[in-house]
Design a protein around this ligand. Structure first.
Ligand code: PLP
Length: 378
């Protein structure tokens, strides 16, 4: 049975829902038409992906001012699978992979699945999130670092990779022959205008893989299509693509009809992204206002679908106790910060900004009242 901090009791407002298909966004039925439009019965195996799909991804970047050759793109069933494939490519068993903390737990798990050793580096909060350079230096002391993973914007912290941090990571990877793996699934969701960056806008000096996919870009997690872009010195890119072709050929994981539908699915993502950005910004603002009045704090964030809350430190109250008390006594479900490797103390909670705003408002009011109440009682 699931632990108490993961059950959502009846009547509870659920601020953990991160699945866009369950958050009341409108998906036009016509969106699914291209899946059956053209030759749905024909199979066209292509290791790195069919040409029209790779062209559509290049066009997605072009619309963001980033020119990428379709030849440097490969497809998979999602960012998770592509991350694993990139690790198989660059790492030997026992090598270390640097992963951010706080961070989405998936990367650490996938690093272990690839028989590599995840080594954390820290994101530090000081009026805003930053990559903690000293923890990066310490992590690099590990003898066999095969890759450094960056999530931009990070989940749940919402930190986009800035120019200085990029130069630092790129320099270290180049010096040590390691690869950079940049997960940009949330790059289209800045919480304020102009906060977003795209890694591929500048050619890196080290072998780099930029990963993204439909689950966030088009809010279509059920479609199971992601892509990777290989960047860096030409020779390293050529070798990597040749090897990726073999790895991807063992899976051929994306269906032909879905790949052929990709141009229209990406086209339809523009209005969907707009709706999601509007909601996330509105909810984040609401959260900041509530934090200004209540006993909890909200960390500043530049992007993504989650927000991190800082709870008061009361004797005996950790993430789990706050999560369970708020769920069962206050009727509001949040995620405990430890799931994302957020340090405790202070206790942290993570809430989803995708929740419909009227529901989000009620949930935040319950949370705020609950925190005030338990602080008063504590
Ligand atoms: C930062 C991050 N990367 C990757 C993923 C998984 O993406 P995909 O559905 O493309 O495998 C998630 C899912 O929430 C995520 O938060």
């Amino acid at each position: 049975m699931a632990p108490a901090s993961f059950i959502v009791p009846p009547g509870c407002i659920d601020l953990t829902v991160n699945d866009p298909t369950a958050c009341g966004f409108v998906y036009e039925q016509s969106l699914y038409a291209p899946l059956t439009d053209e030759e749905p019965s024909r199979y066209r195996p292509a290791s790195l992906g069919v040409e029209e799909a790779r062209l559509a991804i290049a066009a997605y970047y072009e619309a963001r001012g980033v020119t990428i050759s379709p030849e440097r793109i490969w497809l998979g069933s999602g960012t998770s699978e592509l991350f694993l494939q990139a690790l198989w490519l660059v790492a030997d068993p026992g090598d270390s992979i640097l992963t951010p903390a706080p961070g989405y737990p998936l990367h650490e798990m996938l690093a272990k699945m690839a028989d590599t050793r995840p080594v954390e580096y820290a994101l530090h909060y000081d009026a805003g999130w930053h990559i903690d350079r000293s923890s990066i230096e310490a992590a690099w002391c590990d003898a066999n670092v095969a890759a450094c993973c960056v999530v931009s914007p990070s989940n749940p912290a919402g930190l986009y990779l800035d120019t200085d941090s990029r130069a630092c990571l790129e320099g270290q990877c180049t010096e040590r022959g390691a690869a950079l793996i940049v997960d940009e699934v949330f790059a289209d969701y800045p919480l304020r205008d102009g906060a977003n960056t795209f890694f591929a806008a500048t050619e890196p000096s080290c072998l780099s893989f930029v990963l993204s996919g439909l689950s966030k870009v088009a809010a279509l997690p059920q479609m199971k299509l992601g892509w990777g872009v290989v960047l860096g010195p030409d020779k390293a890119v050529g070798q990597a693509l040749a090897r990726l072709e073999q790895i991807a050929d063992a899976f051929l994981s994306v269906s032909t009809p879905l790949q052929r539908a990709l141009p229209r699915l990406l086209e339809a993502s523009t209005p969907m992204q707009k709706s999601i950005r509007r909601r996330c910004r509105e909810n984040f603002e609401l959260l900041r206002e509530a934090a200004g009045r209540g006993a909890f704090g909200v960390y500043e964030s530049d992007g993504g679908w989650n927000a991190v809350l800082r709870l008061p430190q009361l004797p005996g109250w950790d993430d789990t106790r706050w999560t369970e008390t708020l769920r069962y006594e206050q009727g509001v479900a949040t995620q405990p910060g430890y799931l994302f490797n957020l340090a405790d103390p202070p206790p942290h909670l993570v809430v989803s900004l995708l929740v419909p705003s009227p529901t989000f408002r009620v949930g935040v009011a319950r949370l705020s009242e609950g925190v005030d109440h338990f602080v008063g009682a504590g």
